[in-house]
Design a protein around this ligand. Structure first.
Ligand code: IPE
Ligand code: IPE
Ligand code: MG
Length: 247
């Protein structure tokens, strides 16, 4: 599978990935789950590199969900430590490659070391104009929508907003992703066919791509495969094929 076959005029602006299967990958190698998360970081590096090469503008990675707080404390702590260390280690290289780091999710619920490291990384890379790498941390679509509804309700209560003026645009503007276009392509690894509360509002018209490959085995070839599949699809947005063809 080669990138040569790709239509470079039809690369999604925004790719979102549910990076799943680290635990099973570790188990199949006879190792502890955290070993799989470490291996998962390598896959992130490869995918970021490929997205940069292809000119993808936004890459959103589901790294830790609201529901993941229910995992054993030792795993949660290990994941948070891995996050801090990875951001610290990788940010200078990402910065060199013109990558801009961002985050969506309930930042307040993260440990202080994580918040500090993320803030530092965001600051360091804020002027970059290449790939926007967005980490979804302590994120869930329902949390995000609930939070947006609370803020909109406050505006209504204070008289700044008329309920009749609430449109889809208003709701989008109150989401964490207000400055980010909806993803054209959403990838989930490890053979699970569900959204697990990821980008519920934003993925209304997203193309889904599922693969059996476990996240630590996901690499450039796997991403190219997903993109080739995406490029075969006709995005109709409710219209007919005939309408799409006449442009
Ligand atoms: C995804 O891998 C990483 C996170 C959710 C943090 P998992 O840890 O869910 O791996 P599996 O699904 O147990 O194999
Ligand atoms: C989804 O994976 C969240 C992340 C990849 C961060 P999970 O492994 O937590 O999803 P479920 O619980 O199997 O749906
Ligand atoms: Mg999983």
């Amino acid at each position: 599978m080669s990138a040569v076959q790709l239509d470079l005029n039809n690369i999604p602006k925004h790719i979102a990935i549910i990076m799943d299967g680290n635990g099973r990958w570790a188990k199949s190698n006879g190792k502890a789950r955290i070993y799989g998360h470490h291996a998962g970081v390598e896959a992130v590096r490869k995918v970021v590199e490929t997205c940069t090469e292809l000119g993808v503008q936004y890459l959103t990675l589901y790294a830790f969900s609201t529901e993941n707080w229910k995992r054993p404390e030792a795993e949660v702590n290990a994941l948070m430590e891995l996050l801090v260390r990875t951001i610290r280690k990788e940010t200078p290289e990402l910065d060199k490659n013109n990558v801009r780091i961002g985050m969506i999710g309930d930042g307040h619920s993260l440990p202080k070391a994580c918040i500090d490291e993320l803030e530092e990384a965001k600051k360091m890379t804020s002027a970059n104009t290449g790939l926007n790498l967005i980490l979804a941390l302590s994120y869930s679509g329902r949390w995000e929508i609930t939070h947006a509804v609370q803020q909109i309700a406050q505006k209504v209560q204070s008289g700044e907003l008329n309920p009749a003026d609430i449109s889809e645009k208003t709701i989008s503007a109150y989401l964490n992703t207000s400055a980010i276009p909806d993803p054209e392509l959403l990838i989930r690894t490890s053979g699970e066919y569900r959204l697990s509360n990821f980008l519920l509002w934003q993925s209304a018209y997203t193309e889904y791509y599922f693969t059996e490959t476990l996240w630590p085995d996901f690499d450039k070839n796997e991403l190219v495969k997903a993109l080739l599949d995406y490029q075969k699809r006709e995005r109709r947005f409710g219209k007919t094929t005939e309408q799409i063809k006449v442009r």
